[in-house]
Ligand binder design. Structure first.
Ligand code: ADP
Ligand code: MG
Length: 247
């Protein structure tokens, strides 16, 4: 069953068409890797899903509820409910610098969900354990490595119990020796059947973990398929050219 259905999504900045009628579905438990050259619209597509960008046309349906239908957005209270089903992890972590790890994790559940603090505290302890940072609850982001910061950002997204996690180049800002620890957390989530959309340049990760790869170029989905197919037998010249540059 599709958990996200995107159809004919359009987005322009002035005269620049950034998304040109994009359509795709994500099923429950899918790990979808989105690849493509810089400027092809990957971030805009991802940000549109969580309403960080407003599109100019098309539809986004999440678990049967329309965030936007034929270019018309749901009411503000509905938008909040729909977007809260999705957690987002950014390239530059976007942690709150003045809050500790524990406080970063607990802020949204307390503020948005008005969750009981003993429940929030129990969950943040569990998630710190999951990302291997049990000892660093009172640390501030400035005192963490990039890999640790990104693991905290993933845990923070998980605090809200999202149905889907979206990642925008989660390892691109990291030193190469730190990417592995972040990819490992993502692999673990995939094993637990978390539904994920991952914009990435990590082709090995896409091959190993994704069950579907979407190749975007110039605001369009040029080609999509199982990694074993798309990486070994790309059908379009643009996909071939991109993979030749990237692999
Ligand atoms: P990608 O993530 O694939 O690198 P983006 O979605 O960030 O691509 O950008 C797609 C295109 O939209 C690029 O040409 C970029 O310059 C342009 N763009 C992105 N954000 C803005 C913005 N806020 N205003 C104007 N143009 C933008
Ligand atoms: Mg981007």
């Amino acid at each position: 069953m599709a958990i996200i259905e995107v159809s004919d999504l359009k987005k322009s900045y002035g005269n620049l068409e950034v998304l040109k009628r994009i359509s795709f579905d994500v099923d429950k438990k899918d790990v979808v890797a989105v690849i493509g050259p810089s400027g092809s619209g990957k971030s805009t597509m991802l940000r549109s899903l969580v309403h960080l960008e407003e599109v100019n046309g098309g539809s986004i349906c999440v678990s049967g509820e329309y965030l936007v239908k034929d270019g018309v957005y749901a009411k503000p209270n509905e938008l909040k409910i729909i977007t809260s089903k999705m957690g987002m992890v950014f390239q530059h972590f976007n942690l709150f610098p003045h809050l500790t790890v524990k406080e970063n994790l607990e802020l949204a559940p307390k503020l948005v969900k008005k969750e009981n603090s003993s429940i929030t505290s129990k969950r943040s302890m569990e998630l710190m354990k999951k990302i291997g940072l049990t000892e660093r609850g009172n640390a501030y982001p400035a005192n963490l490595s990039g890999g640790q910061k990104q693991r905290v950002a993933i845990a923070r997204a998980l605090m809200m119990n999202p149905d889907i996690l979206l990642f925008d180049e989660p390892t691109s800002a990291l030193d190469p020796e730190l990417t592995g620890e972040v990819l490992q957390v993502m692999k673990d989530l995939a094993k637990e059947h978390m539904t994920m959309i991952v914009v990435t340049h990590e082709m090995e990760f896409a091959k190993e973990v994704a069950n579907r790869v979407i190749f975007m170029d110039n605001g369009e989905i040029v080609e999509a398929g199982h990694p074993s197919e798309l990486f070994t037998n790309p059908k379009h010249e643009r996909t071939k050219a991109f993979l030749n540059r990237s692999l």
